[in-house]
Design a protein around this ligand. Structure first.
Ligand code: FES
Length: 62
């Protein structure tokens, strides 16, 4: 799923940036050598970073 349309940043790319130390939307832009465009993705980016940092607990196998 594309999170930042201006820079074509996907949820997976954001997860990878977080795994490499990104903690803010600007960290993610820097990681991919991108610049903030329209900024309409700021909240979605922050939520994607939060999901990457705090993945939901997996359900136990039955
Ligand atoms: S959608 Fe991310 S900067 Fe525009």
């Amino acid at each position: 799923m594309v999170v930042c349309i201006c820079n074509r940043l996907s949820e997976l790319m954001i997860s990878q940036a977080v795994a490499n130390g990104a903690r803010t939307p600007d960290d993610v832009f820097r990681r991919y050598h991108k610049r903030r465009g329209c900024s309409s993705c700021t909240v979605r980016l922050a939520e994607a970073i939060d999901r990457a940092l705090n993945p939901p607990p997996s359900t136990p196998a039955e």
